[in-house]
Write a protein that binds this ligand. Structure first.
Ligand SMILES: *[C@@H]1O[C@H](CO)[C@@H](O)[C@H](O)[C@H]1NC(C)=O
Ligand SMILES: *[C@@H]1O[C@H](CO)[C@@H](O)[C@H](O)[C@H]1NC(C)=O
Ligand SMILES: *[C@@H]1O[C@H](CO)[C@@H](O)[C@H](O)[C@H]1NC(C)=O
Ligand SMILES: *[C@@H]1O[C@H](CO)[C@@H](O)[C@H](O)[C@H]1NC(C)=O
Ligand SMILES: *[C@@H]1O[C@H](CO)[C@@H](O)[C@H](O)[C@H]1NC(C)=O
Length: 320
C-alpha cells in the first residue's frame, strides 16, 4: 500500500506547477508588501500583483472576499486607512503591520503554509505582536488564487488592549464612559464623517450625519472582536477608508443593513464552508487519494481531487 502512495506522489511532483521557486517568491513578496509603508502604494495601485484576478480570500475575523481588487482593499487598503488615522494622532481601533517575519513555512506546490509574526503599530498604544497564519493556494502563474487566513489570538489581543485604547479615546475626545462606550463613539465619529464626505448622491445611506451617529451609537452594537464581519459598529469602522476608493461598492457597508457585508452570519455555514479547489499540496493529495481509495472511504476512480477533499471536508462546499 505504501509503495502505491510513493509512486503517486512522485508522479505528481514531476509536473508541479506553480514551481517551488514561484511560490517562495510569492511568499517573500507578500511579506515585504504587507509592511509599513509598502502597503500604502499597493493600496493606491488598486490590485496587488501577487493576487490572481479571481482570488478568493477569507479572514477568520471578518469575511470572504472575491476578486483581486476587493481583496486588495481589505488586505492593504484597510491598513492604509489605519496608518493615515494614526498619522493624524487619532486612536485607531485596529493596528497596522509595521513589519513582520515569516516564522513558519511549508511549501508543497501549489500550496504554501506560512505563519508571520508581525508587529502591529496601534498608534498611541504602541507596537503589539500579531501572528497571522495563512494557507495559500497558488495558480500556474505563481499568484495566490485561494487564501485562508487566521489572525491568531486576535480577539484576545484586542480585548487586552481595550482599556488602553479606551483611555486614549477619552483623552483624545474628552469624553467619559465605559471602555466599550468610548470605543463605539470613536468608531461612530469616523464612520459618519466618512459617510458625509464620500457617500454622496446615489451612495447616501443616512439622511444626515446625526442620523448616522444615532444609528451607530444607539441602534448597533460595537461587536465582539471576532465580529468584524458582522452587523457591528466595528465592521462598519473598517470600511471608513474603503468608501474613498469605491463609494458605490463600500457605502452600503456603512448602512443600517450593512450591505451584505456587515450582517448577521450563520456559524454553521461559516464554520463548514470550504474553498472550491482543495487546499492540499499535489503530492499530499495524490497520497491521500490513494489512502482514501483503498481504506478510508473504500472507493477508487472518479474525480480524485473531489474524493480526497470531500473525505476531508465533508460535503458542504461553496462553489464560487
Ligand atoms: C510610493 O510611491 C511614491 C510615488 O511613486 C514613491 O515616491 C515612494 O517611494 C513609494 N514608496 C514606497 C514605500 O515604495
Ligand atoms: C483591478 O483589476 C480589475 C480586474 O482586472 C479591474 O477591473 C480594475 O479596474 C482594477 N482596479 C484598479 C484600481 O486598477
Ligand atoms: C520591527 O520594528 C520594530 C520597531 O521599529 C523593531 O524594533 C524590530 O526590530 C523590527 N523587526 C523586524 C523583523 O524588522
Ligand atoms: C496625541 O494625542 C494625545 C491624546 O489626545 C496627546 O496627549 C498628544 O499630545 C498628541 N500628540 C501629538 C503629537 O499631537
Ligand atoms: C472636557 O470636557 C469637560 C466636561 O464636558 C469640560 O469641562 C472641559 O472644558 C473639556 N476640556 C477640554 C480640553 O475641552
Amino acid at each position: 500500500m505504501h509503495s502505491a502512495v510513493v509512486t503517486l506522489a512522485f508522479a505528481a511532483a514531476v509536473s508541479a506547477t506553480p514551481t517551488f521557486e514561484q511560490i517562495i517568491t510569492g511568499v517573500a513578496g507578500f511579506s515585504e508588501a504587507f509592511q509599513y509603508p509598502n502597503f500604502i502604494n499597493i493600496s493606491a495601485s488598486g490590485n496587488y500583483t501577487g493576487f490572481a484576478d479571481n482570488i478568493v480570500g477569507r479572514l477568520d475575523i471578518t469575511d470572504t472576499y472575491t476578486g483581486s481588487e476587493l481583496f486588495t482593499e481589505y488586505v492593504f487598503g484597510l491598513f492604509t486607512t489605519m496608518a493615515e488615522k494614526a498619522a493624524k494622532n487619532e486612536t485607531i481601533l485596529i493596528g497596522y503591520p509595521q513589519n513582520q517575519t515569516v516564522v513558519s513555512l511549508g511549501i508543497e506546490p501549489p500550496m504554501a503554509f506560512a505563519s508571520s509574526l508581525a508587529l502591529f503599530n496601534w498608534g498611541p498604544i504602541g507596537l503589539v505582536p500579531v501572528q497571522i497564519d495563512s494557507v495559500l493556494r497558488y495558480d500556474d502563474n505563481g499568484k495566490v488564487t485561494q487564501w485562508d487566513g487566521v489572525m491568531r489570538r486576535f480577539a484576545w489581543t484586542a480585548s487586552t488592549l481595550e482599556p488602553a485604547l479606551a483611555a486614549s479615546v477619552r483623552a483624545e475626545l474628552n469624553i467619559s464612559g465605559t471602555d466599550r462606550e468610548v470605543l463605539q463613539r470613536r468608531a461612530a465619529i469616523d464612520i459618519c464623517a466618512a459617510h458625509t464626505q464620500y457617500c454622496t448622491g446615489a451612495n447616501v445611506q443616512y439622511a444626515s450625519q446625526n442620523a448616522c451617529l444615532d444609528t451607530m451609537i444607539n441602534d448597533k452594537t460595537f461587536g465582539e472582536w471576532y465580529q468584524i464581519g458582522e452587523d457591528s459598529v466595528i465592521c462598519r469602522y473598517i470600511h471608513t477608508g474603503m468608501v474613498a476608493y469605491r463609494p458605490a461598492v463600500h457605502c452600503p457597508h456603512l448602512s443600517v443593513s450593512g450591505g451584505g457585508m456587515c450582517r448577521d452570519r450563520s456559524f454553521a455555514v461559516d464554520a463548514t464552508t470550504q474553498f472550491a479547489l482543495p487546499m492540499i499540496g499535489d503530492n499530499s493529495l495524490a497520497a491521500l487519494t490513494a489512502l482514501a481509495g483503498s481504506r478510508l472511504v473504500g472507493r477508487t476512480g472518479g474525480d480524485n481531487s473531489l474524493a480526497a477533499s470531500t473525505a476531508l471536508a465533508g460535503s458542504h462546499r461553496r462553489r464560487r
